[in-house]
Design a protein around this ligand. Sequence first.
Ligand code: SF4
Length: 331
Amino acid sequence: DGLKMHFSMKGGAFSRRQGVIKAVDDINFKIYPNETFGLVGESGCGKTTVGRAILKAMEPTGGKVVYQRKNGDKVDLVPLNQKQLRPIRQEVQMIFQDPYSSLSPRMTVQEILEEPLRLAGIKDKKYLYEQAKEMIQQVGLRASHLMRYPHAFSGGQRQRIGIARALITRPRFIVADEAVSALDVSVQAQILEILSELKEKFDLSYLFISHDLSVVKYLCDRVGVMYLGRIVEVADTDVLYNKPLHPYTEALMHAIPDIEERSIRSDILGGEIPDAANPPSGCAFHNRCKYCKEICKTKTPELKTFSETHNGEEILRQSACHLAEEIYLKQ
Ligand code: SF4
């Protein structure tokens, strides 16, 4: 089915120094070739944990992350150790949130860009330089920038360097966690433009994690909405934004009427946000949901697939709400 990444986690918990916390549960999504899949939600909903689990920056205690390699082999990344993961890291890379702290201040841009290739065992200096030069140009900077140190660059330029570093191993899949959140809006637009151009040029897929609904709407083909460690809705971007199929998504869209201001802030929906480590019984959204019924308080809704006709085409979408059909589809 052209699957590139299948992330599934049931009862998944993550070890942290403070002990084991249950940050995400029953997460299940697929990302297809040349697709940008957005993961949105309020801070603390577990979306960053999902991104980190993929490259094991955070150690999952259960679940599966099935990645389909270039040669077609499907491999579960969860049981692999760091050494076994090394060849996969060439194909799956990450763009970090903070362009100020993710680049080593003691390395030149050339050293920063060459590092992932050196880690892959490449030693040919001429080849390394040629690759660094090509990548720095791909992100709109100049070869002369390679000799400088990160402090000489603006936030937007540093994020371009971060993107060049992620792309230098010619990956197929990129996890971008809040990749433009630290930047000014005008610089954000430039970086989003670069990400979409590079997606086409290098045939990339992205997992784009963000709390910013306008950025996600601009960049993503499909979107998964997370609430307290679970995915509550998945749909094509246009469909999800125009016709939500889950009360949480609907509340997000209504709470932020100005499309330019669609950042998810924790105070916008009202109601107490429960503790993610100890979510409410039944549907975790029930204490904030205007449609809540008795069943919602005791039974956890599963993520169900619905078929709809949209502009004459059949589309599949998913919602984890007991009343999705009643509220949205029987009107
Ligand atoms: Fe609201 Fe019930 Fe649906 Fe949860 S299951 S979103 S509480 S209607």
